[in-house]
Design a protein around this ligand. Sequence first.
Ligand SMILES: [Fe+2]
Ligand SMILES: [Fe+2]
Length: 387
Amino acid sequence: MQMKRIGIFGGSFDPIHYGHLHLAEEARCRAKLDQVLFIPAWVSPFKQDTQPADGSQRLEMVRMAIASNPGFAVSDMELKRREVSYTADTLRRCKAMAGSESRLYFITGTDAFLTIEQWYKSEELLRNYSFLIGTRPGYCEEELSRIIGKVSQRFGADVQRIEIPQLDISSSRIREKIGMGESVRYLLPDGLIYYMEHNGLYRGAPEEPSETDRHIEELIAGRLKPKRLSHTYGVVEEAGRLCARFGADDRKAKTCALIHDAFRERGNLVHGAAAAAYMKETLGIDDLDMLNAVRFHTTGRPGMSLLEKVIYLADAIEPGRSYSGVEELRELAESDLDRACLQAMRHTIAYLKGKGESADPLTEQAAADLSKHIGGTAAVGERRSHE
Ligand SMILES: [Fe+2]
Ligand SMILES: [Fe+2]
């Protein structure tokens, strides 16, 4: 039986690009590999310079990028483990799966190989596996020859150079370009560019929470029960979406969403006012629009601003909400903020009526106001400031 030759190509592939694909293909052809197995590594989410792609997204992009090459395959073995693994451990697992009738070729770049002697269990690696090193003409050639000579002599290592032309593409450069809104076409397959756009990948570093938001997050972590806390973060998430859709200020909305139910235990009627008072007196927020959005988040009121509507509606349809009618509300919220708010108010009024209670007069007035507005010359998402 013929020995199977398998190339192992590890990396974060964040994202995979033509530099990787070209090296893998050259390695496959030159070393006559039966297969090249791409193994996306688990990457600590804390080590990223920009909004990271999660493991399943990096895996999906590798899948898409290699789909047309029957000599390429991908494994999620590293991602499943959810911890940074050593090459020695990965190769041992691959070898166990591939069986004794196989030879593994570890594919890596020049920079990485130059430090091979410092790798974990480097001797085991060099004695048991072959190495295919992607090299560029004129790049660290002498240094590389010296290391190859040394490890071949000491450990009988099998190291081949795979010369690739100056294809100077890096994942970090791609992330940077996307973060700056620049084109990355011809650096990686078009399908991946569409995928990254569609999933909002690498669009710049996640924004640091403000001092105020940090304060509120500590406050609610201490005050709210888990269920209420998860509702609160659902409102933050939903408000972010509504802001993007209808053009409201997402930083203001985030702060309002975080604090809106911080004093929920004080009762349905006053908790909005209590939170608004805390914002003003303790946090020193004097933005009237923000204070109103929090104060009236349960009832609404006539003449609501864009921000008030966003918070009101986000509270009603955040992903954790489940009541009959919420799906229709979410659908309406896709396109028409005013109609969605109106419907949410009508829902509340009807719900309370069913229980033999009456809604807050402000909700009745807000619904009447919105209904008049929509019937007249209402434009979707129109800003009506009352400041
Ligand atoms: Fe509330
Ligand atoms: Fe709420």
